[in-house]
Design a protein around this ligand. Sequence first.
Ligand code: PDD
Length: 284
Amino acid sequence: MKVIWNNQIVDREEVRIDPEDRGYQFGDGIYEVVRAYNGYFFGLDEHVDRLYSSADKIEMKIPQTKEEMKTLMTRLLNESDIQTGNLYLQATRGIASPRNHVYPDMSVLPTITGTVTTVPRDAHKIETGITTITEPDIRWLKCDIKSISLLGNIMAKHEAHKNNAEEAILHRDGIVTECSASNVAIVKDDVIYTHPDGHLILPGVTKIVWLACAKELGIEVKEEPFTLAQLKDADEVFCSSTTIEVMPIHTIDGETVNGGKRGKITAKLADAFKIKIEETCGEI
Ligand code: PDD
């Protein structure tokens, strides 16, 4: 398996992760997940922009320019000979010894790693949807940073898994924020509601695309907070991420949404999203 290791593409076996890497010790790092279809990335510019924006927010300086990073990611995809899959890219604040909470000086370079794996598109699930539970959002207050410190997210996801559900819809004091690994939206009376960007959610790249699709389709969107009660009373509910696209939610806490069927607005957005992918990556 080929991987990105700092500025190079190497065999996985060559990588050495230091026990005093700050990503390993403190979860001091950031990441991105980018999807490829037919050997082409979808939304690469937006993902790389968000990576550098996350880096800025934690005062981390990635040595490569954005263009160099895109070249490295594209080389990994091509050299791995993967058509449809997910590229995971991570940048930690590097190796500093002895362990010290204070950021090391800028001469300590970030550790950059990247892997790409084949993951087929689940067209069936995009039509049928997923089961969810609701969970309190116990995460920190800088959820706009795509941090590798994901305990709050994985604990919620694990709770979903224990309850035979695939995703956890998070709420802070009854206000729905996002899911453990995706953004979430509801449809009520033909209007889409989704939490506005800010420090409580990750600004999703997939969301940027479906917001554009909604605009083109003339579907009204209100980027405003909604409550758990509104969630339970919605006509349609869907979540979105790079790996699952526009995904209907058919069950929440054991109760079906829209009789368990994908709603018409969710279907329109999912179809429009697929067309956007195909414009960049060819037929899927
Ligand atoms: N997760 N919110 C959270 C908490 C996420 O982890 C993600 C993505 C999103 C959607 O972002 P985007 O549309 O840019 O993928 C929202 C990725 C896929 C992951 O951690 O695997």
